[in-house]
Design a binder for this molecule. Structure first.
Ligand code: CA
Ligand code: CA
Length: 215
């Protein structure tokens, strides 16, 4: 009888020991998982609070992006970002047409662009233009329509005492059908008079729209 009781007690002790022995690791895993979830939760709360703070700071900052963008535009497009088809040279802006037209129509087109047909004042400007217009013909703002032989610039500049770059033998007013009263740049850059209904490209000119203050 005692032997049987002893064996029962020993079996009970062994089962309890096995229970504790098997359950402890599981409890540790649960505890570690709980701590991990807690830490992750705290981490997200901290991150979210920092994001909220950063958003508030950004919304309150006074960014200067528009002005910086404007300065960059003026650097890339001296004639103004709204005039990107205009080219800058020596304080002036030039538009080289993409279509051919008569001299009068070209004059009107330039006026519509708040400019005038190009007036060439010196060799530097001549060099810039003839480099840009190589192998094509472009109207300039010079005509003797009002009185044959009396050439006048469209902006009123004094012609008689100003720079000229006529081709050899030009102006010759030489056309068997009509007179030649409008001037254009030939493909080599030299000037030539031709009848005003001739169709060629044209060059408009205007002052720099946003002159920079002197240093
Ligand atoms: Ca003429
Ligand atoms: Ca001619």
């Amino acid at each position: 009888m005692d032997e049987e009781k002893y064996q029962d007690d020993f079996r009970t002790y062994k089962e309890r020991s096995c229970f504790h022995y098997n359950q402890r690791p599981i409890l540790k895993v649960y505890v570690l998982l709980g701590v991990s979830f807690l830490l992750i939760g705290i981490y997200y709360v901290v991150v979210l609070s920092q994001v909220a703070t950063l958003s508030t700071d950004l919304s309150q900052m006074d960014f200067q992006f528009p002005n910086q963008s404007s300065d960059l535009d003026l650097l890339l497009f001296p004639c103004g970002p709204e005039n990107r088809e205009w080219e800058y040279f020596n304080g002036k802006c030039y538009h080289f047409s993409l279509e051919k037209t008569s001299w009068m129509q070209a004059k009107t087109q330039c006026q519509g662009r708040h400019s005038h047909l190009v007036v060439i004042n010196n060799m530097a400007e001549q060099n810039f233009l003839q480099t840009r217009t190589r192998n094509e013909r472009y109207w300039m703002g010079l005509t003797d329509l009002e009185l044959e032989g009396h050439w006048r610039w469209v902006d009123g500049s004094d012609y008689r005492n100003s720079f000229t770059y006529w081709g050899v033998g030009e102006p010759n007013n030489d056309n068997y059908r009509t007179s030649e009263d409008c001037a254009h740049l030939w493909g080599n850059g030299a000037w030539n008079d031709v009848y005003c209904t001739y169709l060629c490209f044209y060059i408009c000119e205007k002052p720099l729209p946003h002159p920079r203050p002197a240093n």
